[in-house]
Design a protein around this ligand. Structure first.
Ligand code: PLP
Length: 405
C-alpha cells in the first residue's frame, strides 16, 4: 500500500478520498507525461517538420497501448474524446444514421444518463425506445425481461457493466451473446467498472464500450472502443472532406486532445510499476501484467467492501442499496445506502469535518433513483472506494458514521 500510495501525489495529504466513482486521484506518471508532451512536442500533427512527426508518433503509440490494454483487434478501434457523455452523443449521431424509423433501441432505467439520453433522443427520428427495467426485488437486471423486450426490429441495446449506484457487476458477455443472437448491437457503459476490472473487449465481444479515464487514475478524458466492421460503415461526424475510411478520425471531430492522449498511458505506466513492484516477470506481455495487477486490485477491494458492508448490515437504521455481498465476482466497492429518517444530503456534511470525502445524490442515474423511490430522500449516500484506499481509512469512516448516524 505504501508503494501504491506513493505513486499518487494527492494521497500524501490528510484527506481520505471516498468519492472515487466521481473521479479518482491521478497517478504521477500521468502528470509527467502531460507535461512532457506540452513542453516538448506541443505542435499540430500532419506537418512535414520533424517535431510534428514526433508528436504524431506519440499519439499513435498511445492509441496502440490502449488497444493492447483493452484487447481491441486494431488501434483504430480506439476513439478518444473529452468525456463519456460526449463520446456517446457522438456515437449516437453517427450510428443513428444507420437506423430507420420504426427500428427499436433498448435502454435501461439503471444506467447513468450518458448511455440513456442520446438513445432516447432518437425517438425524434422515428425510432422506438423500449426500457429494460431493473428488477426492484433483486436490484438486478432480469435477462428474461430483456429477452421479452427484444424483437426483429431491435437494433441496439445500451446498458452498463456496473451501475454507479449499485456497484453490481453485470454479466456483459452473457447478455451480449443473447443480444447478438437477436441480431442487435450492444453499447456498454464501462465507466463504473474500469477502475476495478479492466475490460477485455474481444472476450466480451461488445460492439461499443466506453469509459472515462479520470475515474481510472488518469486525466479528464475518455475512451470509446468500437468494432472495426461497424466503424467502417458508420457515417463520419466531422467535416465533409474527411474520408469515410479515416478511422477513427471521422468520429473525432476537431481531433483529439494531444496532451491528454499522450498523458493517459501514464495510467498504464503506473500499473506496470505496480506489477514490477510485486513480480519480476520479464517476458510477460502488457495485457497479462494488467490482468495480474487487476487481480490484486479486486482482492484488496473485496476486503475494503466487506468491512464497510458488514458495518452497514449491523447498523439497523441503515439500508444498503445494492448487493450486500462484498464478493469480487459480484460487486465493486461502490457502496450506496440510505439512513432511516434522514435525508441523504445530511450525511456527508457530518462526515466532511473528519476530512473524509463522500457524497450524496442521484449521480446522474436519476431514472434509477426515481424508480427506487429515493428522490425525495435526496438520493443515496455513496462511498466509492478504489485500490489505493486502505483498511484504516475504511475503519475511520466506520467510526465516524457510527458516531454521527
Ligand atoms: C457510470 C457512468 N457513466 C457515465 C458517466 C459520465 O462520464 P463523463 O463524466 O466522462 O461524461 C459517469 C460519470 O459519473 C458514470 O459514473
Amino acid at each position: 500500500m505504501q508503494f501504491i500510495r506513493s505513486q499518487f501525489p494527492a494521497l500524501s495529504g490528510e484527506w481520505t478520498y471516498f468519492d472515487n466513482a466521481g473521479g479518482t486521484q491521478v497517478a504521477q506518471q500521468v502528470g509527467e507525461r502531460i507535461q512532457d508532451y506540452l513542453y516538448h512536442t506541443n505542435v499540430q500533427l500532419g506537418a512535414t517538420y520533424e517535431i510534428s512527426g514526433m508528436a504524431a508518433e506519440r499519439i499513435s503509440e498511445s492509441q496502440k497501448t490502449w488497444a493492447e490494454v483493452i484487447n481491441a483487434a486494431h488501434p483504430s478501434e480506439v476513439i478518444f474524446g473529452p468525456s463519456t457523455t460526449v463520446l456517446l452523443q457522438n456515437l449516437s449521431r453517427s450510428l443513428g444514421q444507420l437506423f430507420e424509423p420504426g427500428d427499436e433501441i433498448i435502454v435501461t432505467n439503471f444506467d447513468h444518463e450518458a448511455n440513456i439520453g442520446p438513445w432516447v433522443n432518437m425517438e425524434k427520428s422515428g425510432m422506438h425506445i423500449r426500457v429494460w427495467e431493473l428488477n426492484k426485488d433483486t436490484l438486478l437486471p432480469d435477462l428474461d425481461r430483456l429477452k421479452h423486450l427484444m424483437s426483429r426490429k431491435t437494433k441496439l441495446v445500451a446498458f452498463s457493466h456496473v451501475s454507479n449506484i449499485l456497484g453490481t457487476i453485470i454479466p456483459v458477455k452473457e447478455i451480449t451473446s443473447i443480444i447478438h443472437e437477436h441480431g442487435a448491437l450492444v453499447c456498454v457503459d464501462g465507466v463504473a467498472c474500469a477502475p476495478h476490472r479492466m475490460p477485455d473487449v474481444s472476450d466480451l465481444d461488445v460492439d461499443f464500450y466506453v469509459f472515462s479515464l479520470y475515474k481510472v487514475f488518469g486525466p479528464h478524458y475518455s475512451l470509446l472502443y468500437g468494432k472495426q466492421k461497424h466503424l467502417e460503415i458508420m457515417p463520419g461526424i466531422g467535416h465533409f472532406f474527411i474520408g469515410e475510411d479515416e478511422i477513427p478520425y471521422k468520429l473525432q471531430p476537431g481531433n483529439v486532445n494531444f496532451e491528454l492522449t499522450f498523458g493517459s498511458p501514464g495510467i498504464i505506466d503506473y500499473f506496470n510499476s505496480v506489477y514490477h513492484h510485486h513480480f519480476n516477470g520479464l517476458n510477460v506481455n502488457l495485457r497479462s501484467k494488467i490482468n495480474e495487477v487487476y487481480r490484486m486490485i479486486a482482492d484488496h477491494e473485496q476486503i475494503l467492501a466487506s468491512r464497510l458492508l458488514e458495518f452497514l448490515k449491523i447498523k439497523k437504521n441503515i439500508r444498503t442499496i445494492g448487493e450486500t455481498s462484498a464478493h469480487k465476482n459480484i460487486r465493486v466497492p461502490t457502496i450506496s445506502f440510505v439512513v432511516e429518517g434522514r435525508k441523504s444530503s445530511e450525511i456527508p456534511l457530518l462526515v466532511d469535518p473528519h476530512k473524509i470525502g463522500i457524497r450524496f445524490g442521484h449521480f446522474y442515474a436519476k431514472r434509477l433513483i426515481d424508480y427506487l423511490g429515493l428522490a425525495e430522500n435526496d438520493g443515496v449516500v455513496r462511498v466509492s472506494m478504489v485500490h489505493y484506499n486502505t483498511v484504516e481509512e475504511v475503519d475511520r469512516l466506520i467510526r465516524v458514521l457510527y458516531e454521527v448516524i
